[in-house]
Design a protein around this ligand. Structure first.
Ligand SMILES: [Zn+2]
Length: 266
């Protein structure tokens, strides 16, 4: 991707951040399959409940975005309007950034899905680059012919609100009619698995019962494959942030998302 770029300044910052946020060794929960996870491989042709399925995981934002505002602020067409190519995302009050959170969760989720036989594609190769634009992120899912696309985020809402919510695509007639129903099924499966697996409450400040429908997000508007976003919690809320900064909780998030995808895809 032309948009990917290594940024040395961001690398220094990220090294400091990851040192600060790495914390203790995560208490890795066992996935359903016993095989050891391998983030580097994307096995195909294996057995398992998700054999033959393609999952695109979209870790929101990117580590180099903040240093390249002119590039990510560029407006792109998302059908219902024009939006920035990408954004910096939020961070906890202690400074744990959303892009690092989403990257970490994505890389915990990937091997869990691969163990179940799925082929997994990430929309960015590392946490040091810029972008890609939301248009490109959607295109990656479309070109992969993904059976499911999950975009991972942490919210940056007012600090009084807490909890998670799943965002599903709203109908834009003539554009995304075909994905509305399957995306809702995907959203319901992810919501249930996340609620049960993480014990996070539904968001207190947005949506209803942990669900929201939107027509302003490029990643959803431009997807031709079943797609949802999940705001895993509100990173500005101290209670949610305390959970989201813990590696063991991020592992639980990944396990829960894997369970929801399995439920939807089987
Ligand atoms: Zn985000």
């Amino acid at each position: 991707m032309a948009a990917f770029r290594t940024v040395s300044a961001a690398l220094v910052t990220l090294a400091a951040l990851s040192a600060a946020c790495a914390g203790a060794v995560p208490a890795v929960r066992q996935a359903k399959a016993p095989a050891a996870p391998s983030a580097a491989s994307s096995p195909t042709g294996r057995g398992g409940p998700l054999a033959g399925k393609i999952v695109v995981i979209d870790p929101g934002h990117n580590g180099g975005n903040a240093a390249h505002r002119e590039e990510i602020d560029r407006l792109v067409d998302v059908i219902t309007g024009r939006k920035p190519c990408n954004t910096t995302g939020t961070r906890t009050r202690s400074g744990y950034p959303e892009h690092a959170f989403t990257w970490d969760v994505a890389n915990r989720l990937k091997p869990l899905l691969e163990e179940m036989g799925a082929k997994v594609v990430l929309t960015r190769p590392d946490d040091k680059g810029v972008g890609p634009c939301v248009t490109e992120r959607a295109a990656i899912g479309n070109e992969a012919r993904a059976d499911a696309v999950v975009s991972i985020h942490g919210d940056g809402a007012a600090e009084s609100g807490h909890g998670f919510h799943v965002i599903m695509p709203g109908l834009i007639a003539g554009h995304n009619d075909a994905i509305i129903k399957p995306s809702r099924r995907l959203g319901l499966a992810v919501r249930k698995a996340y609620r049960v697996g993480t014990r996070m409450p539904y968001a207190t400040y947005v949506g209803r019962d942990g669900l929201q429908t939107r027509t302003d997000l490029g990643g959803l508007n431009l997807s031709k494959r079943p797609a949802v976003f999940i705001e895993c919690g509100n990173m500005r809320n101290s209670r949610d942030a305390a959970r989201m900064t813990r590696p063991a909780f991020r592992e639980r998030i990944a396990t829960s998302l894997a369970a929801g995808l399995r439920q939807y895809l089987r």
